[in-house]
Structure formats: structure tokens, C-alpha cells
Design a protein around this ligand. Structure first.
Ligand code: PLP
Length: 339
């Protein structure tokens, strides 16, 4: 029996892509599949999105782009992060497109000029006259998940800076922008998190018509009763006050079940149960209400267990949780399904 199973439902990714395409009302959907498709598998997730109408894939690095070129053939791929001069050569040979946020515009490769409208990270302070290599103009939102006034300001800056070049493909929105800011649609939107059925707003994804695509399951590997005063795990952080049944799940922070998830809710035999004690590298404990057999199914994510809820407990965002799930075959069994 494997320690845990990660299952990615490409049907859910397709439905989320269609949901985004409806929101975009004619603007193109570009599927963001950096960090191995936010931990869902870049080539599979990308192919699923392309299959229902997405027209390009976006990644952070040239090596990520080269992987997609080999896996998926001649699809349109945009590298959004900076590239070294060796990587620019590789991108040119592989026909990848590059976002340029500072320095020289390279020759012989299709580029998107990236304007800084408020993100304060990569990006040009002012747009130079676009040369013939330039096919797109882009910018990136800093707070489309939480600050409408600043977001509209970024839209207005982008519009003012790019209106004279409306023959080029203009793209600004991420998932939050695509779902909530009609003014941000322009010609294309670069959507990542929503494609995977996770809310960019940290709320229930169903509120935005999204469906989580990733399920992470395990099982109870050990069940034991703690007597009052007995503890489980490092540092004795969980002390039983009364006789308490606990289950040990063979998944830990090395698998991506982070150490700060103590207290979060998972499901055991379909019922909500709390994670207790210190999470170790390869195991953690869950409080049960009764004795259950070894092998009882445990749901870490999916089937009603939301990454957004775990993220609130851990003081982070769901993006970090899903990209952190280890999918190495030595520890986790991964499967692709279609629903
Ligand atoms: C990651 C990224 C996106 C996608 O953001 P989501 O919130 O996941 O939709 C879009 N544009 C750029 C430049 C990015 O780095």
C-alpha cells in the first residue's frame, strides 16, 4: 500500500478552463502551468486547458518551457520570468516567447514587453517604442485578490501606457482579475490558480464556479489509545486529557504536509477530524472519536477538504500548499483521472 496517493482530475481542469473562458467573454485564456502546473503536472494540465480552448501556456522559466515544448509539440509558450543569455538562445531555438522586463530586447525571439504598473518586481517603468520582435504588452497585478482600488489603478495605468499599441496582444489579468475585473480582460488573461479549482481569494472555490482538481488521500497506518497524560509526537505538544483514540497517517512535511498544519481539519472515513501534535517528516497524528481499523481512508485534500482552509491554518496561501506537495514516486503514487 502506498503512503499516499495524489490524483489529478483533468475533467475538473477542463471545466475550470471553460468557466474562465465564459468569464473572459472573448478574451483569450492562457493557462499558467509554472511550478509543474502548481503541483498538478504541467503537461497534463496544460494539454487539458488547450483542449477546451486555451490558446497558450505560461511558465516562469525557460527550462519549464523546454519541457512543455518536448511534451506537447508546437503549442504557444510564454516564459514570464527572466532568462539568462544562454536561456535566451535556447528559447529562440525552441520557439518560446519571452517576457522582457528590463535590459535589451533580444533578437529573433518573440517578446512581450512587461510594464510595471504597481507590482514593483520585474517590469519596465516605461514602455519603449515596441520593435518588430514585440508581439505582446503585459503587466501583472499586485493585489487583485484584495484591493479593488489599486487594481483599477493598475488597469488604468496599463490602458494609458498601451492604448497606442492596441494592435499588439495586451494581457494583464491573472485568475483574480479574470474572475472579478471585466476592465482587466484586454486580449488575453494569464490564469493559473483558478484553473486548478482553487480560489485566488482564499474563499470556497465553489463561490466562483470552480472545482478543485487535486485529491490527496492516505490511510491510517496505526491506531492507538492514549491514556490521560500521554502524548503523541515530538515535543509532546498534544497531551491527552482523557482516554483518546488517535490515528497515525504516514505523510509528513517531507511530502508537503507542512509542519504548520497542526490543528487543520482532514477527513477520516469521510468524517472531519483534527490534526493534533507536531507534524513530523514522515507522519502525523489525527484525533479520532473511536477505534478505527488500520487502513481506514484519510482525505488530506479534495472531497470537501479545501486547500484554502489548510492555508488559513498555516498562515499561507493555497498556492504554496499545492506547489509544495511532493510527487516523487518513492513516496507518493500519482494518477491522472478524467471525470
Ligand atoms: C503566476 C502568474 C500568473 C497567474 O496567477 P494566478 O493568480 O495563479 O492566476 C499570471 N501572471 C504572472 C506574471 C504570473 O507570474
Amino acid at each position: 500500500m502506498s503512503r499516499s496517493d495524489v490524483t489529478v482530475d483533468l475533467g475538473a481542469i477542463r471545466r475550470n478552463a471553460r468557466r474562465l473562458l465564459r468569464a473572459l467573454e472573448g478574451a483569450e485564456l492562457w493557462a499558467v502551468v509554472k511550478a509543474d502546473g502548481y503541483g498538478h503536472g504541467a503537461a497534463d494540465a496544460g494539454a487539458a486547458a488547450l483542449g477546451v480552448g486555451a490558446t497558450a501556456l505560461c511558465v516562469a522559466t525557460v527550462p519549464e518551457g523546454l519541457v512543455l515544448r518536448r511534451a506537447l509539440g508546437s503549442v504557444r509558450v510564454l516564459v514570464m520570468g527572466p532568462a539568462s543569455s544562454l536561456e535566451i538562445t535556447e528559447a529562440r531555438e525552441a520557439g518560446l516567447e519571452l517576457a522582457i522586463g528590463d535590459g535589451e530586447v533580444p533578437e529573433g525571439v518573440r517578446v512581450h514587453l512587461k510594464l510595471d504598473t504597481g507590482m514593483g518586481r520585474w517590469g519596465l517603468a516605461e514602455l519603449p517604442a515596441p520593435g518588430r520582435e514585440v508581439v505582446g504588452l503585459m503587466s501583472h497585478f499586485a493585489s487583485a485578490d484584495c484591493d479593488a482600488a489599486f487594481t483599477e489603478q493598475q488597469v488604468a495605468r496599463f490602458r494609458a501606457a498601451t492604448d497606442a499599441h492596441s494592435h499588439l496582444t495586451r494581457h494583464l489579468a491573472n485568475s483574480a482579475g479574470a474572475l472579478r475585473y471585466p476592465s482587466a480582460r484586454f486580449d488575453a488573461a494569464r490564469c493559473g490558480i483558478a484553473l486548478y479549482g482553487i480560489s485566488p481569494f482564499g474563499t470556497d472555490p465553489a463561490e466562483d464556479g470552480l472545482e478543485p482538481a487535486l485529491r490527496w488521500n492516505s490511510q491510517l497506518a496505526q491506531v492507538r489509545r492514549l491514556e490521560p497524560g500521554e502524548s503523541t509526537g515530538y515535543g509532546r505538544r498534544f497531551l491527552a486529557e482523557r482516554p483518546t483514540w488517535i490515528g497515525i497517517v504516514p505523510v509528513g512535511y517531507a511530502d508537503g504536509f507542512r509542519r504548520d498544519l497542526t490543528g487543520t481539519e482532514i477527513r477520516v472515513a469521510g468524517e472531519p477530524r483534527r490534526v493534533v501534535g507536531t507534524i513530523s517528516m514522515d507522519a502525523f497524528a489525527v484525533e479520532l472519536d473511536r477505534e478505527l481499523p488500520v487502513g481506514t481512508p484519510v482525505t488530506l485534500l479534495g472531497h470537501g477538504v479545501l486547500a484554502e482552509a489548510h492555508a488559513r491554518v498555516a498562515g499561507t496561501i493555497a498556492y504554496e500548499l499545492v506547489t509544495g506537495i511532493s510527487r516523487t514516486p518513492e513516496r507518493t503514487r500519482c494518477a491522472i483521472v478524467e471525470s
